[in-house]
Write a protein that binds this ligand. Sequence first.
Ligand SMILES: [Zn+2]
Length: 512
Amino acid sequence: MKPCRRSHQFVWLASSLGSGLWLLLTLALGSCTNAAPPADPYAAYRPALKAAFQQDLDLLGLVPRYAISATLDPTKNQLFGSARITVPNNSNDPWTYLIFRLYPMLRHYGGNLVVQSALVEDRPTPFVYISENTAVRLDLDVPLLSGREVSVTLTWRLEFPRWNDQTAVYALFGHSQQMVSLPLFYPALAVYTDGPTLGTGQWWLDIGSERGDSAFHPISLFSVTLTLPASWVAVTSGTEVASEPIGDQARRVYVTGPSREFLIHASPLFNQVTTEAYGTRVTSYYLPGEEAAGRAALRYTAQALRIYSDRFGGYPFVDLRVAPAPINYRGMEYPQVILLGVETYGRFRDRLELLAAHETAHQWWYQIVHNDPVNDPWLDEALAEFSMRLYIQDLRGNDQAEQLARQRWRAPVEGLRSRSQDAAVDQPVQAFLNGSQYETIVYAKGAIFWEIVRERVGERQFDRFLRSYVERYRWQIVDTEQWLNELNTLSDPALFTLFEEWIRQPPPVGAP
Ligand SMILES: [Zn+2]
């Protein structure tokens, strides 16, 4: 062991030069004593994050960690899985049970997920299906106190639906057109929200509808070992850190940084092209004969990543992927993956660019800053939709952006008003009459509100506002009240009047 003769000098220097240096010197002194450095609990996940965002892991605190092993058999439409899940209690309440959501059991997912065994700290634990079989409850022998963790091991079998192969089919979950989409193929820890007083918190058990998104997640970390036929190309969340052939199968290992969920989307038909954008590897997958559209999707996604990184704060991850999916001309966002309906690579090719721009924006509004998609859908959807305006403005100028706003948002909203179908934006998905009203109100009218805010506060202050929103709620969940607190930082009471007018109450017919 080397003597540490310079310690006193360092301490004196540190006390006279400030706290940042103090930290550095404390670390230097620590190494001087030859004490073993503490093991890095996040070492396994670091490959998923760019160097400038490694500190996100260090600042994350205790979050659920999933170590999943899954075997996918696309010929039998089955997946067998097991997971060891470290569950921290981040609430103020003690937990006497845990809830895991079984999203494949949602009617519009059409899957069947059977939990085969459950262990808590390696002891077999009884579980019951609740909430129309869309969740299991595990009763704990000993309450899990606030700030403590428990280890849960689950095994399950998943049967996923085989839909027909028409390109017009909308198959968010399951097998269609030689693609298998498996978001949430595992039991997913439910969100727990503290109540107004101790002991009044609740687990989130809502059952969404096909109209909007259905899944709500605490931020988590994943390591996933996936075994699938070697000829199948897997498009996943995270970054691949290992792969090996096992006969005609391939075993691939992925890790994520902070992530809402882990997606597996796979096909034996995918080809791929890649590019680099601000230190992120962007990969675009495409089906045979659609290389031009695949290259275009790559370009749009990389452009969107750069524009939004400049506007909202950097994209933190090493990988971003874009791929076609059996969801007709619609899109869907997942952590580090955007899926675009197969028809936008062909018949509806003119929709590909804006769809890619909308879905890429969800990497900020959904993945980094999250919200309840069933009860507060406007929080991410209106902003993802509005983000497209920034994309067009930065690429093609303000006139084109104005045209987009007029055609895509103002004209449909005026149409709804002329039919007396205007409604408040800030409503649960189920409150809307139909899909068309939901999309026009939540997406288009919500985006118009964002436009009005931007016009009022000016572009520079608006950009600062969005960046500070991302920073304050980074990897967290917001609700509308918290969002209003954030709006309050702009110190303009007129914004609340506009919020009441545009988000809470339908304005009178004939208003601009
Ligand atoms: Zn969206």
